[in-house]
Every structure is written in C-alpha cells, then in structure tokens.
Design a protein around this ligand. Structure first.
Ligand SMILES: Nc1ncnc2c1ncn2[C@@H]1O[C@H](COP(=O)(O)OP(=O)(O)OP(=O)(O)O)[C@@H](O)[C@H]1O
Length: 214
C-alpha cells in the first residue's frame, strides 16, 4: 500500500494556505507534520482525508500491486481536534456507534470493551462520555481507531490533553498499527515518541511563488 500526495495546494475561504506539498508513504511508514499555529497542518490532513477539496494536486492510495485503490478518505480514520463523541451517550454506546458505522465486513476491529482496555479505560465504559476528564475523552476518541480497521490513520494533535503515560500508550498503539503495515499521517506540536518517522515542517503560504496557482 502506498499513499502519495503530489503538488497539493489548498485554500481556506479566500486565503491560499499552502502549495507544492508532496509526500510518499509506504505501508508501515509515518509522516509527522510540524509548524506554527495556522501553518496549514490541519488543512493538509483534511485534504488527505477527503474532507476538503484541494485547490491543486492529487492524493492517491495504491494497493500493493500499484493499482489505484479507494479514495484515501475511505481507507482512513480521521481523528480531528474534536473527539466526535456524544456527551449524553455512554462511552460504550459511542464506541458501538462507530464500530457499526465504520465497520467493514471481513476487516473487523476490536470489540468495544477491548478497545477501551487498549487505551487503559476498561472500567468506565458505562459512564456518559461527558463525565470523563479531557484526557480520558481523548483516549476514548483514540479507541475509535481500534473498533474498526482502517489502514490509514490521520491524526490531528492526537496527544492534546494527555498525560505522559497516555502519551506512551498511544505511541505504542501507533507503532503497532505501523508494524501491521498501516500508514500514519499526524500533525503535532509535541514529539509523539515514534521511531523512524518522516517529518515535514509546514511554513504556511508565506514565500510561496504565486505562479503555482496558474
Ligand atoms: N474555514 C476557514 N475559512 C477560512 N480560513 C480558515 C478556515 N479554517 C482555517 N482557516 C485558516 O487556515 C489557516 C491554516 O489553518 P490550520 O487549521 O490548517 O492550521 P494548523 O497548522 O493546523 O494550526 P494549529 O497548529 O493552530 O492547529 C489559518 O490561517 C486559519 O485561520
């Protein structure tokens, strides 16, 4: 499996955010985006996830034989700044919703209780999501990645609000995903504790040649 972005450019509203962004990730590889606030990290993640249309360029997912596979968004988990959980539903109900909604026949994820256990929170799945602390909520949001299989994980500040032990736990889950041939694209302000990752520093639109907009 290969995830390739070629000459991506994106606009938010009237503003040109970035241009000429290219990368190539093979199975088992991770790319970490860094850069100042507003430099376009979230925008790039949303373009790759298929949530924003690029102004220019393409994102293509190819299978092991080099054939063009699904749109990368269909093969991706997207963990944004928000946790995408309902406060009024219990943790178990939220995760069960995502398990059914995202589930693919033949590529099962973990049962809800196992996913909660994997993020160190097996005892609290009966509680409303809104009762959890910010760090516990983020851990459960991460458990969403485990209840359904997606080969590409797109993670926007995955460790925001987490303590050091949760940081390590999530790094371990990301490493395990990579070891199974997954691909990870993450934006972060703090090191994720991963080994052998590529890094791309986003600089925003400053200095980009206007000519690229043709
Ligand atoms: N819906 C929108 N309409 C117009 N401009 C937007 C919109 N969303 C984001 N922007 C602008 O796009 C730029 C890039 O934002 P983005 O969220 O991609 O940055 P970031 O690198 O992820 O920042 P941070 O580190 O703060 O999360 C910012 O200047 C932001 O104000």
């Amino acid at each position: 499996m290969h995830l390739t972005a070629e000459n991506l450019a994106a606009r938010r509203g009237e503003d040109l955010i970035f241009a000429n962004i290219s990368f190539h990730l093979r199975a088992g590889e991770a790319l970490v985006l860094t850069g100042r606030n507003g430099s376009g990290k979230s925008t790039l993640l949303r373009v790759v996830a298929g949530l924003l249309r690029p102004e220019k360029g393409t994102v293509i997912l190819r299978d092991g034989e080099g054939r063009e596979d699904r749109h990368p968004g269909e093969a991706s988990h997207y963990l944004g700044h928000r946790n995408a959980m309902k406060n009024e539903l219990t943790v178990a109900e939220n995760l069960e919703f995502w398990r059914v909604f995202l589930g693919n026949p033949g590529t099962a994820g973990l049962p809800v209780e196992d996913a909660a256990e994997a993020v160190g929170l097996s005892g609290i799945t009966h509680l409303p999501f809104g009762y959890l602390s910010a760090g516990q909520q983020r851990r459960i949001a991460f458990a969403k990645l485990l209840v359904a299989h997606r080969p590409v994980w797109i993670l926007d500040e995955p460790t925001a609000a987490l303590d050091a032990s949760a940081d390590r736990l999530l790094a371990g889950l990301i490493e395990a995903h990579l070891a199974k041939g997954g691909i990870v694209l993450a934006a972060t302000h703090q090191p994720l504790g991963l080994e052998n990752v590529q890094e791309m520093k986003m600089t925003g639109f400053a200095g980009v040649d206007q000519g690229v907009w043709g």
